[in-house]
Design a protein around this ligand. Structure first.
Ligand code: ATP
Ligand code: MG
Length: 507
């Protein structure tokens, strides 16, 4: 591979969306061989700026220079021709196709000129070189999320990317996968590649970045700081404009009777393999039961079976002693069981509907929203305006479709809807994934507030720190089973880690 000068210089970038100035004369520069972290609260304009750099959006003003040459991109193909590639948060792979097929998909070269066997060899060699193990013949659907991400990175490297933009790459990875990704990134910068790294996890930023740029409301608030000169607290303040505590203040729990209960629950996953094996759990009013485990050990199925999105093969789920089964219509559950799902875009919201409409998806059949057979438009609007203020949702108007909101603000819409209806039980799955430090703090407060109001909360998260600071009790899942249950107070992190990895621990 020949060396190409790949210094990037963006100057005065302006990008507007209806009602928002997403990038307001932004300057951003990065140089070969560095990991440059791009930080900012939800909606600050990070993804927008990188979509401009990767040719997906055209800016209204501003210039981009690559290796000192002014460039103008009309498409991501243009950007990749200049060595710039982006790995989006939502992967764009075709599940029935193989890894190698996905890598050549969409290439300009006619397909008959491509020898798939050769591509497979090249992909395997690239994987070897950068420490990304993946079988080029495997079908995408067979791969874990972490492996799919490797395919996206390999795809960009195969196309000659020298500048790789990664938009929140670690939010879907297990701690072990994060380590692997980081060593790949170091391998890449060692070979002169540039990495632009977007993340809300400041510990990671401090660990991997060489320099840091911070955006706030579309503007740069700190440009190219040396990472060794920054602290987590300092970065947080630059992002949200105030101090962030990084600590959850909570009093002791006062658990009441069991509200949400599973009894020897069994289920199979989408491939027909056992996903839940006799899971029995009880969550009491006024407590948070945290479920710890490495992704893929049944947590997702547990949440889906409880909320009726996935069938159980045997066992039962009860809410206040009432069995929830096939015939329990979700209307009956009504306000009683709140659900903050893992997949916010597909399960948690209706992307084409407005903020106001999404906020009533759960309550539109109840007064004051429904009047007779109709819906009271004024009440819908009032409800929305109240919740937008209360939960500090940043949106141009309550009529804006939610697909235009940033990830963090979409999560706030779901949380506002789910918690404002006075539920008795709540399932929260990765409730702060993708949220900025300020929003994370707000969500943590909200969950504790719900707990103190007597809601029984089942919290599923891969973030052990989050679980330890929020939960009153912890259950550890491994291969579809609960392998241990303990009070959080005095819990030993090492023991939990061992249990999560499937090691039997005497206790
Ligand atoms: N396609 C779009 N149409 C309309 N508005 C958009 C679009 N994309 C982004 N926006 C708006 O532009 C602003 C910046 O959004 P952007 O996605 O760049 O934020 P972000 O910094 O990546 O946030 P997050 O950390 O939540 O991902 C937000 O107010 C968002 O609502
Ligand atoms: Mg973003």
């Amino acid at each position: 591979m020949t060396e190409t000068p790949n210094a990037i210089d963006m100057r005065g970038i302006v990008k507007r969306f209806p009602g928002v100035l997403a990038n307001d004369r932004v300057d951003f520069a990065c140089r070969p061989g560095e990991v440059h972290a791009l930080l900012g609260e939800n909606g600050a304009g990070k993804s927008t700026l990188m979509n401009v750099l990767s040719g997906l959006y055209r800016p209204e003003a501003g210039d981009i220079f690559v290796g000192g040459q002014r460039v103008s991109f009309r498409s991501p193909q243009d950007a990749i021709a200049h060595g710039i590639g982006m790995v989006h948060q939502h992967f764009m792979l075709v599940p029935p196709h193989s890894v190698a097929e996905n890598i050549v998909l969409g290439l300009d070269r006619p397909r008959f000129l491509l020898n798939l066997g050769q591509v497979e060899n090249q992909v395997a060699a690239l994987g070897e070189q950068y420490g990304m193990k993946v079988n080029p013949r495997a079908k995408i659907w067979q791969l874990s999320v972490g492996e799919q991400q490797r395919v996206e990175v390999l795809k960009m490297l195969f196309r000659g990317a020298k500048v790789l933009i990664m938009d929140e790459p670690t939010s879907v990875l297990t701690p072990q996968e994060v380590e692997t990704l980081f060593s790949t990134l170091r391998e890449m910068t060692g070979r002169g590649h540039t990495i632009v790294f977007i993340s809300h996890k400041l510990d990671e930023v401090v660990a991997i970045a060489d320099r840091v740029t911070v955006l706030r409301r579309g503007r740069v608030t700190a440009a190219s700081l040396a990472a060794r000169d920054v602290t987590k607290a300092g970065l947080a303040k630059l992002m949200v404009g105030r101090e962030v505590l990084f600590r959850v203040d909570k009093g002791p729990s006062r658990p009441g009777e069991v509200v949400l209960e599973t009894d020897r629950l069994c289920a199979t996953n989408n491939r027909g393999l056992p996903a839940l094996r006799e899971v029995s759990l009880g969550v009491r009013a006024g407590e948070i039961l945290g479920v710890a485990g490495v992704a893929g050990n049944g947590q997702r199925e547990l949440a889906e079976v409880i909320t009726g999105l996935h069938p159980a093969t045997s066992g039962s789920v009860r809410l206040r002693g009432m069995p929830l089964g096939k015939r329990t219509h979700w209307l009956e559950l009504g306000q009683q069981l709140a659900h903050v799902p893992e997949d916010r875009a597909a399960v948690g919201s209706m992307p084409g509907l407005s903020v106001a409409e999404n906020l009533i998806l759960r309550s539109f059949y109840c007064p004051p929203i429904s009047v007779g057979w109709g819906i009271d438009r004024t009440a819908v609007r009032k409800n929305a305006e109240r919740l937008v203020a209360e939960y500090q949702i940043s949106t141009p108007t309550v009529d804006t479709p939610v697909r235009m909101l940033s990830g963090g603000n979409l999560q706030k819409v779901i949380l506002a809807r789910e918690t404002s209806g006075h539920p008795q039980g709540m399932i929260a799955v990765h409730p702060t994934r993708g949220l900025d430090v300020g929003a994370t703090e707000a969500v943590h407060r909200l969950l504790i507030g719900q707990r103190d109001a007597g809601v029984a909360i089942l919290l599923i998260s891969e973030d052990l720190d989050e679980l330890l600071s929020l939960s009153d009790r912890l259950a550890v899942m491994y291969e579809g089973r609960i392998v241990g249950e303990m009070p959080t107070e005095g819990a030993n992190i090492n023991t939990i880690g061992l249990m999560m990895a499937g090691t039997k621990v005497e206790g």
